[in-house]
Design a binder for this molecule. Sequence first.
Ligand code: FMN
Length: 411
Amino acid sequence: MSKHDEDIIDERGDSRLGEDPRSTATAGPVQIHPVDLGHIHVPTPVMLSPMAGVTNWPFRVICEEYGPDGLYVAEMITARALVARNPKALRLCRFAPSEKIRSLQLYGVDPSIVEQAARIVVDNNMADHVDLNFGCPVPKVTRRGGGSALPWKTDLFTEVIHRVVSVCGPAGIPVTAKIRVGIDHEHETFLEAGHIAQEEGCAAVTLHARTTAEYYGGHSDWSRIGELVERLDIPVFGNGDIWGADDALTMVRETGCAGVAIGRGCQGRPWLFADIKHAFEGSDERTNPNLGQVCAVILRHAGLLTEFYDGDERMAVHDLRKHIAWYLKGFPVGGTTRKAFMECENIADVKRVMDTLDLQAPYPQRIIDKPRGRVRYAKKVHLPYGWLESRTTTHEQRETLFGDDPMDVSY
Ligand SMILES: Cc1cc2nc3c(=O)[nH]c(=O)nc-3n(C[C@H](O)[C@H](O)[C@H](O)COP(=O)(O)O)c2cc1C
């Protein structure tokens, strides 16, 4: 039995060789295979989905400690900011020594700028894997034709991928693309975008199965992930609404996707990566830390963030505040105490507030595997003028778009 064969396990831990994983799209055992992105071997096909303001290296390190062997992607870096050597962008490109696979995500609209950013990544050995953002629904981004608006313009979409793969490919750096279903259900792009990504040499595609219009509301329609899996030969990571390890198993079972990408489900719950690893290995073991154990994670997170901010505890604790709110979700912690956490300026403040907590409080069962993070619909999809009128860009449109490509975008 080869190493690869040994890695093929179902959820009961039995070895199930020789079956097409896609034949398990209906109820039945789940087959989990390692995924190879070029020469990068990902033993457990679980990805920490890039989240701006969240997946900097301190959070990635904590997630990876719980679930080693996955892929932990940094938040999106604006290509233009990287090309300009913007210090904030450069900070977001940092990795901790313990990170096994350095995954960066680039965002941009102008193919030549994204190519230059990729060149910087390659020449400075800044990453082992580059993901491209075609999924961002934020008005500031889509209004300029970026993120989830871009696949609609097939010429631009193809060119961005082509140029990045041309730079990263020879350096042995696999490129992947993260997409949504489309702009709305009248303007779906995912099948075509997945196909283009494959043809242009992407090593995998991640599909967040919502449209731009759906933003983070409603449900990720996993049947669309199944459709994409059927059409492509490269691995598809399914994304959207995985709140617990069983959701991850269900997504793989229902769609045949090669792997799963986790966003909001791990906010304040980095141990979800341990749970998913266990589930993929056929174990029922789950992590339900009590409040004291969660506080220990918070303090470790605070320490790592202080390193990330070069010793600036105030910046670290400001960044930490939202994580504290997520970590404490569902625990019996009163409004006054929560407010006190939000006013902390340094780690001593955080510890002082922690001293008032009942550290023995068990993990709140009612929030296990329940949605967390933002869940709202977009009020309106913002697109460049006349964007939907054709599938390609005119020279004039490009000039306007590229001149307007922002330096600093955030989710
Ligand atoms: C706060 C926040 C920031 C995000 N930032 C990014 C990003 O930088 N790049 C990206 O491709 N997706 C980003 N996303 C989208 C997530 O990666 C993911 O696709 C989405 O949240 C759906 O997955 P989930 O249901 O598991 O959360 C972000 C999502 C959230 C909630």
